[in-house]
Design a protein around this ligand. Structure first.
Ligand SMILES: Cc1cc2nc3c(=O)[nH]c(=O)nc-3n(C[C@H](O)[C@H](O)[C@H](O)COP(=O)(O)OP(=O)(O)OC[C@H]3O[C@@H](n4cnc5c(N)ncnc54)[C@H](O)[C@@H]3O)c2cc1C
Length: 478
């Protein structure tokens, strides 16, 4: 008798190095690849216009890759537990395989799905593939999960790695109905437009192209340039000195394990620094696997009572990139225009929101989550807590209190990044670009940028706010 297995795709939208798909294609005669549009996600707080557009593109590409192999993507809508049990019955599947995930919602859902399948006599088979290594594995000498990155990174380096797998050559998919490929509005866009210049092209082939272009050259300078907002002199790379691969890692259109294996084959400090950055991604998965209650709650108890200010006008100025601080504004406008922001800029705008404007970090986390193509609960929450100095991998708050002017002189000294995203400042001379409010009236006229008219005055004074933030943190427990 022929055997049938279902492969439930979620955010692992590729056919190469996909343990669940590879396993089902090797072990079963027929494979049913399915994507379930889960109303709890697309109608809930995770809905995002830019990500819905990106996801729709990834599903189109995945369907095309499956068709190239004789299959296709079945799309159903509903609670995954109900949909998968019904589908398993309809096609006579013995097993459902998927790529396991670390986010608190995904884990709760997967437990429910596992129970529903097992009650129906269907095997539930979670597989690796979302991370480089198994995020549940590394433990301290005392057997505890890690909350500090450096020792985690050392232990992670020595964890077993699974073999990188080829895509199945051929798939046999039975006749089964579905809803047709979803449009962005079916995936939570809800009429919200895409960002004007999406940072990444959706799908596995574009992901592979971007990864190969990265591995073939720029990765070699990553250790020196990862913080350079506009990349090296004369470069036009949109990702600056970074890889720009985060959206593909987030959606699984490239495999993190494959990427790590390829980077490790290269020698030099650049590839080594890049692999270390991939460890940060596994680190936050590890953290939220063991501390799901940390989502939207400070990991450090002493900071759970930190006081915040409510200032809607300042929050809106921050979101719109109109704070009067060029680097903060450039980062926020890059996010609004492309659905992506350079890591260094994310740190600076995060520090500005929480330590200059004193606004609750969860407002920033939500805004990022609404717009980022790579927006993902564990990575976003973990990094927001890092920059707010309330999370794991603790350091005193003042070490992560960034001066936006000094940061610009270090990481965008010629102002290329700022001029790209804040065109009002395009003709401001180099000597003034970090503090345009210091231009004389003549300089403002010559630059075509009158402060207070064409570009805002700084909405706060960093020196003053720095002291106020210090007082708040001290009061909370430092
Ligand atoms: C406030 C804030 C919020 C963030 N929210 C997210 C998010 O929702 N999703 C997300 O993927 N990243 C998030 N990051 C981490 C980081 O900014 C992005 O992963 C990085 O900017 C992506 O650009 P890149 O691909 O060029 O990274 P590269 O510098 O090329 O790094 C390679 C890969 O390593 C991983 N990585 C790098 N830095 C980090 C980090 N600090 N934490 C975790 N993984 C990392 C990413 O997968 C990245 O693609 C956030 C950072 C901050 C400060």
């Amino acid at each position: 008798m022929s055997s049938t297995e279902i492969v439930w795709f979620r955010r692992d939208l590729r056919v190469r190095d996909h343990p669940a798909l590879h396993g089902a294609a090797s072990d079963a005669d027929r494979v049913v690849p399915v994507f379930v549009v889960d109303p709890a996600i697309v109608e809930g707080s995770a809905a995002s216009g830019p990500r819905a557009h990106f996801l729709a593109g990834c599903l189109r590409e995945l369907d095309a890759a499956l068709r190239d192999r004789g299959g296709r993507l079945i799309v159903r809508r509903g609670d995954p537990a109900d949909v998968l049990v019904a589908l398993a019955e309809e096609v006579g599947a013995e097993a459902v395989r998927w790529t396991s995930d670390a986010s608190p919602y995904a884990r709760r859902r997967d437990e429910r799905v596992t129970k529903a399948l097992e009650d129906a006599g269907v095997r539930a088979v979670p597989c690796p593939g979302q991370y480089v290594a198994d995020p549940s594995e590394p433990r301290t000498g005392g057997g505890k999960p890690y909350v500090v990155f450096s020792p985690f990174g050392r232990a992670w380096d020595h964890l077993d790695r699974r073999k990188v797998l080829d895509a199945p050559r051929e798939l046999s998919v039975p006749q089964v109905g579905g809803d047709g490929l979803p449009a962005p509005d079916d995936l939570g866009a809800d009429g919200r437009p895409d960002v004007p210049e999406p940072f990444a092209e959706p799908g596995e082939e574009p992901g592979l192209r971007a990864a190969r272009a990265w591995l073939d050259g720029p990765i070699q300078e990553y250790h020196e340039l990862h913080d350079a907002l506009a990349g090296k002199d004369g470069s036009t790379r949109a990702a600056g000195g970074g890889s720009g691969l985060s959206a593909h890692l987030r959606w699984g259109t490239i495999s993190p394990r494959w990427l790590e294996a390829r980077a490790r084959k290269l020698s030099g400090e650049g590839p080594a620094a890049f692999v270390r950055q991939l460890a940060w991604r596994d680190f936050y998965a590890h953290v939220y696997l063991f501390h799901p209650e940390d989502r939207h709650r400070a990991h450090q108890p002493k900071y759970r009572d930190l006081t915040w200010e409510v200032d809607d006008e300042a929050l809106e100025a921050w979101k719109a990139g109109r704070t009067g601080y060029p680097l903060v504004d450039a980062g926020m406008r890059q996010l609004a225009s492309t659905g992506w922001m350079h890591n260094r800029a994310r740190m600076i705008v995060g520090s500005f929101l929480t330590k200059d404007l004193h606004i609750d970090w969860t407002a920033g986390e939500r805004h990022f989550y609404a717009l980022l193509l790579d927006g993902e609960p564990t990575q976003n929450d973990g990094n927001w807590q890092w920059v707010t100095s309330i999370g794991v991998d603790p350091k005193p708050y003042f070490q992560r209190m960034f001066n936006p002017t000094r940061q610009m002189s270090r990481f965008d000294s010629d102002g290329r990044y700022v001029r790209r995203w804040v065109p009002e400042l395009a003709d401001v001379p180099d000597a003034r670009i970090q503090e345009p409010w210091k231009m004389s009236r003549e300089e403002q006229d010559a630059a075509g940028c009158v402060i207070g008219e064409d570009y805002p005055e700084p909405i706060v004074d960093h020196k003053v706010e720095r002291e106020r933030a210090a007082a708040r943190y001290r009061e909370a427990g430092d």
